[in-house]
Design a protein around this ligand. Structure first.
Ligand SMILES: [Zn+2]
Length: 706
């Protein structure tokens, strides 16, 4: 009886559900990642994606990827490019698909829900990528293709992808015996631990270091907002009635630039310089030594003399010597210029009755005074000419004139936030090239800074030409009820910079995912972006985009000239501190044996050898040089900023010679740089475009050092 009842109830329930479904047409939620996107150009259908979709899709993606890798391993036929290297490059489609959306949104829309998902997803992905990169069976197949490549008659892009794949395994220790593999793993863990401790110390020092003022007279010259912030800092630190300045950039730079009190500036300067090297628990000397020594051991284990050798081997510069040669060509004129600037400032001090020699803590303050005297131009006069919508028109016009592409708004396209704009990018013949998205305003859920990224990379998949989805994100001045978004010069430059990365991603024609778009050497990747900045003040373009938001008047030539001149101001100092830091980084990583080093003595000896003016310090002192000790990202790679700037200035100088819209040069830049990705050696590509190796002259001219 009871059983019957249950069956009946179950039946009834079923029919009720079925009827309900018929009546209201409730659609069952399907995980959008798991089915093919049906949207135009396969833009992710953001409105259909729920937070609950990510983790299952990542797990399914990992599972699918593992199966694909296994299929490569178990093949009986001889490994070749298609069945191994290409198969690997094409594998993991589902995982990549969900990761594109996940990474994009976790940075630009990092809601608490997204953070929760991150805590689950990140470890899964790290573990998976470790597993793939250390898969010995898989490496065996890759190595067999690599060792026998002569038999396959590979094209150049195929060779490049093969080499890149092989080398990335080797760098993870694939060629080592088991004992050495274990050692490498141990070293990697110890480096990661020391870096974490380095960053933790830095965070603590940055937050705890303070400069306290209890006499209001010492605040003279400081902007009101800085003083107000210092008062509220004091209150939150139990020092109500006083003012607390911190070493965080807004507070520190305001004090160094505007405080009339020399002693306050000196206290701030010394507080900053001592970050991570005070005699306290946050001293970073031991961590620096640990990291340097472990890196030497790692390089040795992988067959390199030094860590710098190892890092340069895989990039455009190729050798430490090449990187250093380039830096020295910049260093000398930079120091000479800095000495002129120091003399100008000293003259200003003398003229205004100062009876002292300019010290390092006076640098920002007197640079600002001299700048004001020379170019009296305020940001407020300039911004009305740079309304964001117009700047975007300028970007599109520039790309149209150079590469013949057009941007058509897609108002109905899916977007993850109403502030996002989506464009259909087409070539001169009207053929679809890419989707471009912009997301320019700050939000509480968006991280700081500006960047370019992708939701889909371009490549050829089973004969199908897949076109990319590229986006630019910024944190630009937001419109208000009274004013549209009016950009600062820095923001205009950033928009041009990120759009340059965007073009690199959009216009790529490289055949394989692993070598497409911005997937290139770390010292060449900033070439297209910095190159694109050279059009921001191009007169023809300014007429199109730099128009007063109220009157429509084009920005006056005089103002542009002043802007250009003032952008070169203080470049001796800025280049010296930057180039100095790049050289210091290389010096740290040129060591070929482990030893205990006194950090301060080491820095001083490098500065002395370089002939660094005593009024200037390295842009970052080692105990807070996070780029090189906080992670591996810029280790033995801080020079890449200047390296890429040499390339971009030199590339742009061809247009300065031949005309900013010279079609032959534009087509050459398009084919050799923007379209090529990593399908050829970066130096070869540059030489094909420029007709010779890169030279520093254009950079020196742009920075006003020559
Ligand atoms: Zn960049």
């Amino acid at each position: 009886m009871k059983k019957l009842l249950l069956t009946l109830t179950a039946l009834c329930l079923c029919s009720v559900l079925a009827m309900g479904a018929k009546k209201t047409k409730v659609k069952e939620h399907q995980n959008p990642f798991m089915t093919e996107y049906t949207t135009k150009y396969k833009i992710p259908p953001f409105q259909d994606i729920t937070y609950a979709d990510y983790v299952p899709a990542v797990k399914a993606g990992i599972e699918q990827h593992n199966q694909e890798i296994n299929a490569i391993i178990v093949r009986r036929d001889r490994p070749d490019f298609d069945n191994t290297i290409l198969a690997l490059d094409n594998s993991g489609q589902l995982l990549t698909k969900v990761c594109y959306v996940y990474y994009a949104l976790s940075e630009s829309d990092g809601t608490p829900e997204m953070e929760k998902i991150s805590a689950e997803i990140r470890p899964l992905i790290t573990a998976h990528s470790d597993e793939v990169s250390m898969n010995a069976e898989l490496f065996k197949k890759v190595k067999e293709v690599y060792d026998n490549q002569k038999l396959f008659n590979l094209t150049r892009p195929q060779q490049r992808l093969l080499e890149k794949t092989y080398k990335s395994f080797v760098r993870n220790g694939a060629l080592l015996n088991d004992a050495d593999k274990a050692t490498l793993k141990q070293i990697n863990q110890e480096i990661a631990a020391a870096q974490m401790q380095f960053n933790l110390n830095l965070l603590n020092e940055n937050n705890k270091t303070e400069v306290v003022v209890d006499n209001a007279a010492e605040l003279a010259g400081l902007p009101e907002s800085t003083v107000a912030e210092a008062a509220s800092q004091a209150e939150s630190r139990g020092k109500a009635g006083k003012w607390v300045f911190t070493v965080h950039a807004p507070s520190r730079l305001a004090v160094l630039t505007y405080a009339d009190s020399r002693s306050l500036r000196e206290r701030m300067y010394k507080a900053y310089m001592s970050i991570g090297s005070k005699d306290n628990e946050y001293n970073n000397s031991a961590n620096i030594n640990k990291i340097i020594n472990l890196r030497v051991r790692k390089a040795n284990l992988l067959g390199y003399d030094t860590y710098a050798d190892m890092m340069m081997d895989k990039v455009m510069s190729k050798t430490v010597e090449n990187a250093e040669n380039l830096l020295y060509q910049i260093w000398k004129p930079a120091v000479a210029k800095a000495k002129e600037e120091i003399a100008d400032m000293q003259a200003y001090i003398n003229r205004h009755g100062g009876d002292f020699k300019l010290a390092a803590w006076d640098y920002y303050y007197y640079a600002e005074k001299v700048k004001k005297e020379r170019f009296n131009i305020s940001e407020d006069e300039v911004r009305p000419y740079f309304q964001l919508d117009n700047v975007v028109k300028g970007l599109f016009a520039e790309a149209g004139k150079l590469y013949g592409i057009t941007f058509t708004p897609m108002p109905k396209a899916p977007k993850y936030n109403p502030e996002v704009n989506v464009y259909d990018v087409k070539d001169a013949a009207g053929k679809h090239v890419a989707v471009f998205m912009t997301d320019y305003f700050p939000r509480a859920t968006k991280r700081q800074g500006a960047w370019m990224s992708e939701m889909q990379s371009a490549y050829n998949y089973n004969g199908e030409d897949i076109r990319p989805i590229v986006f630019n994100v910024g944190n630009f001045t937001k419109p208000t009820k009274q004013l549209p978004s009016l950009l600062t010069i820095d923001e205009v430059e950033t928009a041009f910079h990120e759009f340059g990365h965007g073009l690199h991603g959009m216009l790529t024609r490289a055949q394989f995912r692993g070598i497409a778009g911005t997937n290139i050497d770390r010292d060449a990747v900033e070439l297209p972006s910095q190159f694109n900045e050279h059009w921001k003040f191009e007169p023809e373009l300014l007429k199109i985009y730099a128009r007063h938001y109220k009157t429509g008047e084009v920005i006056p030539d005089e103002m542009v000239k002043k802007l250009e001149a003032s952008s070169r101001f203080n470049m001796g100092f800025r280049t010296t501190e930057l180039c100095g830091a790049a050289l210091l980084d290389i010096e740290w990583h040129k060591m070929n044996f482990a030893k205990d080093i006194d950090v301060e003595k080491f820095e001083k000896s490098v500065a002395r050898r370089l002939g660094m003016p005593e009024e200037i310090q390295f842009r970052y002192r080692s105990p807070y040089f996070k780029h090189i000790f906080g992670s591996d990202e810029y280790a033995a790679g801080y020079y890449t900023y200047l390296w890429a700037e040499v390339l971009s200035a030199d590339a742009a100088s061809l247009f300065e010679e031949k005309g900013m819209y010279d079609q032959e040069s534009a087509q050459s830049f398009l084919h050799n740089i923007l379209e090529a990705g990593d399908s050829e050696d970066a130096m070869t590509l540059f030489k094909q475009f420029r007709g010779r190796e890169p030279q520093v002259d254009a950079l020196l001219r742009d920075r006003g050092l020559k």
